[in-house]
Design a protein around this ligand. Structure first.
Ligand code: FAD
Ligand code: MG
Length: 322
């Protein structure tokens, strides 16, 4: 295995998606980007037409039959939404569309409109029929939003696709979602070195380095998609109980896991749980590790032996549980 790497990038899903390989295989590269483009076209809620949008357009009218791929992701997203204390909610669409955070035209909505839209976000009102593979949104105006998990799902599919081309060493980065495949051929310790970003700073300004092998590293943070109004920061992870951005002690949560869908689900769930409840939940979840970055410059880690972390920022305090 040579140490030469080949990196390819494309703008997809509102972010830069990049793929790093250690063999030159342009057929595999174009298969990967074509697959992501097609998956985005099925899962997006940012265009008028997609499989998910066909469900949203039929809200309150009729069930819609979808492909197994879309149905399976919606089932997983609904299950994650119904976990005890979960602030993940796949039915959050009407509020995401109202706030438009990260998109043109964001603003602070009227209280009454937030309250009205909250009545359209009950995940129990998403009816799934496994036999017919249909999804029905029981109230008009309901909207599924898979923005918090679709990138993870797609990254896992890309890993399988690369395997078909006999590629077992790679990194796929979907902006905040990094999936490392195999071990690293370019580092002495054979681990991949993934940067943990300093909140609200330039992309290359890091708090430290995460060392992993064959793991997904997914971050949910409040410093990429937000706006400030009257000194108050409004970010894109919404509290499904209040309809406002989740308000807690955290700047970001990073989940280290075997697959990226799990990481994507739990980065949002653990952001919602916060540190105290999150750490206690982690004792039951040995299959994931977590890094919390707080507003008051603490990095709190429970690795569960899935990664090691090297602190590089001297203004942050590292607190580590193992
Ligand atoms: P995460 O923290 O994982 O999730 C936050 C996102 O999930 C929010 O942006 C919102 O969409 C949703 N959300 C908010 N609150 C909750 C909650 N309580 N429970 C569940 N979900 C919640 N961006 C563009 O600018 N233009 C595009 O055209 C575009 N197209 C996309 C197409 C696809 C298929 C996907 C997956 C994403 C696309 N995006 C696009 C980005 C998208 O709008 C989100 O901003 C992005 O997916 C957030 O990912 P994250 O990992 O940063 O955030
Ligand atoms: Mg997520």
């Amino acid at each position: 295995m040579s140490g030469t790497s080949y990196t390819y990038s494309q703008q997809l899903m509102g972010t830069t998606v990049s793929l790093k390989l250690f063999v030159e295989n342009l057929t595999a590269v174009s298969a990967v980007f074509n697959a992501i483009e097609k998956l985005e076209a099925r899962l997006t809620v940012n265009r008028y037409h997609s499989e998910v949008m066909s469900i949203n357009h039929a809200a309150g009218k009729q069930p819609v039959a979808v492909s197994k791929l879309v149905f399976d992701l919606i089932c997983k997203a609904k299950a994650a939404s119904l976990l005890p204390d979960s602030k993940f909610n796949l039915a959050i669409g009407p509020l995401v569309k109202l706030w438009k955070i990260g998109f043109n035209g964001h603003s602070i909505p009227e209280k009454d409109e937030i309250a009205r839209r909250l009545t359209l976000t009950n995940p129990h009102h998403i009816e799934l029929n496994r036999t017919n593979q249909t999804v029905y949104l029981a109230k008009a105006g309901m909207e599924i939003d898979l923005g918090a998990i679709a990138k993870g799902y797609i990254a896992d599919i890309i890993k399988l696709l690369l395997a078909q081309y006999n590629i077992f060493q790679a990194i796929i980065n979907c902006g905040g979602n990094v999936l490392t495949i195999g071990y690293s051929p370019i580092t002495a310790d054979k681990q991949w070195h993934i940067g943990l970003k300093r909140p609200f700073a330039e992309a290359n300004n890091l708090l430290g380095i995460i060392h992993v092998e064959d793991k997904s590293v997914v971050t949910s943070g409040i410093y990429e998609r937000y706006f400030i109004f009257n000194d108050q920061l409004y970010h894109h992870i919404l509290d499904p109980h209040t309809g406002y951005p989740l308000n807690n002690e955290l700047h970001s949560v990073t989940i280290i896991s075997d697959n990226s869908l799990t990481g994507d689900i739990y980065s949002t769930i653990f952001y919602g749980l916060g540190i105290r409840q999150g750490l206690s939940e982690l004792k039951k979840k040995q299959n994931i590790g977590v890094i919390f970055v707080t507003r008051d410059k603490k990095i709190i880690i429970q690795s569960n032996q899935h990664f090691t972390f090297e602190l590089t920022a001297d203004d942050y305090q590292l607190i580590s549980y193992s």
